[in-house]
Design a protein. Sequence first.
Length: 243
Amino acid sequence: MAEAYERFRPGYPAELVDLVLAYADRPVRNALEIGAGTGKATRVFADRGLLVTATEPDAAMLDVLRQHVPGTVVTVNDALEDLRPSTTYDLVFVAAALHWTDAEGRWPRIAGLLEPGGTFASFGGARQLADPTVEAAVHEARRPYLDTDDVPSPDGTPPTEPMQWPGTELERSPQFGDVQQHVIELRTTLSAGDYVGHLSTVSAYLQLPADQRRGALGRILEVLPDPVELIADVTLHLARRIS
């Protein structure tokens, strides 16, 4: 699975780092990443000179990450809930992995990793088929196995609300303030095979039994044009530790 994540999961644009550092409004020297996976986000922050500590509970993911990041990146084989840091950080960030963390105690735990006034950043976004006709065909193809592959909002926020999760939780947290939400608009083109490869790393498919997962992905591949046009917007949430 680590190899599939590395091959099929998207990287992140430099504009994302620009937004995070501008929001911080003070020097950011060190950063802690939660759930780094194979390091797609790690790289763009480390490339800007930040001293990044990348944490990830899957040892195989970390092995792949180490092959692609600068030697200055420190790696820790732990989940957020198991971290016992000896220092605090100017920035804590998480890329498309926050929904895997334990909701109970999440925000006090993250706040405890930050310097007072430090920045928290969470970002990610689903790749969506740009053509509604293709989307409808894919929906029909996967329906025997899976009605939707969307990741539901962990706190039940409807997709029509202007502020989305985790911004909604951050606004309610006494540990954080100055919550902001930004959307970086991106469009991309993938081969049909690579798009299905990407789907194979999405949690909705990973949770299916292996035979059903193969069936769903095979049916989807049959109805896709080649290549496929995708909406790949990245939604960024920012907040500042206030207590």
